[in-house]
Design a protein around this ligand. Structure first.
Ligand code: FES
Length: 234
């Protein structure tokens, strides 16, 4: 997909979340993208109430080559707040969704040197049980160079060399069916940089151009431990 295609795909609408007045004063730059329903590996609907606490689920959105993490924060409720990214400016991260407002999703590409989960290895992971590096539970850890992100706080950088939060994916929750859909992102410029840096690798994995194609009406959400053969702890 060329730049025009990307812009056409993801700049149609700016979503307005239920935000406080002060946050509304910030630039709200969740780019609406074609909605994709989250399904299990076998294609059956993913029920929000079945999402466990132990690890992130990996799904592609809005393009085949962009991995994202879906996380159940358990007792933590994720609130919206003003955030700043290096590539895409100021934004307000979307609040958590689901019955307890505790389901969140982020683009699973580290903002430091763009480490991302592949079928071979995932240096970036959600550590519900805690980790040696974080010293506390419920953090996203990048073991590539030791950055820690807090998913209950918009994946802000808690410590380490990462220059910006992990970028958010907007989710919509359908209470009638207990289902989830991805509906938008922050990160248009960030994804362009990721595609540029990893073009060869992504072409090899997905096929020429396929990594830049939209995921379609559904996207499979798979536990990270099944998605990546090796998920190092640190
Ligand atoms: S790539 Fe994540 S900390 Fe360096």
């Amino acid at each position: 997909m060329d730049r025009r295609g990307f812009v056409k795909l993801c700049t149609g609408t700016v979503l307005t979340a239920a935000l406080s007045q002060s946050l509304r004063a910030q630039a709200e730059q969740i780019e609406a993208c074609p909605s994709a329903k989250l399904v299990k590996a076998d294609g059956s609907p993913l029920k929000a109430s079945e999402i466990g606490l132990g690890e992130a689920l990996v799904f592609a959105y809005p393009f085949n080559g962009v991995p994202c993490y879906l996380i159940n924060l358990g007792n933590h409720t994720a609130h919206s707040q003003a955030m700043d990214s290096t590539d895409d400016g100021v934004y307000s991260n979307p609040p958590g969704v689901g019955k307890n407002n505790n389901l969140v999703a982020f683009i699973a590409i580290c903002t430091h040197q763009l480490s991302y989960p592949t079928p071979e290895i995932a240096y970036l992971r959600y550590a519900h049980e805690g980790s040696e590096l974080a010293g506390k539970p419920d953090r996203i850890i990048c073991c590539a160079h030791g950055s820690i992100f807090d998913p209950a706080e918009g994946a802000r950088v808690e410590s380490g060399v990462a220059p910006a939060p992990l970028l958010p994916v907007a989710l919509a929750y359908d209470a009638a069916t207990d289902s989830l859909s991805a509906t938008g992102i922050v990160g248009k410029a960030f994804i362009k940089r990721f595609f540029k840096n990893f073009k060869g690798e992504l072409m090899e994995r997905f096929g020429p151009g396929v990594y830049r194609q939209n995921v379609g009406e559904t996207t499979k959400a798979i536990p990270l431990s099944q998605y990546s053969k090796d998920v190092p702890a640190c």
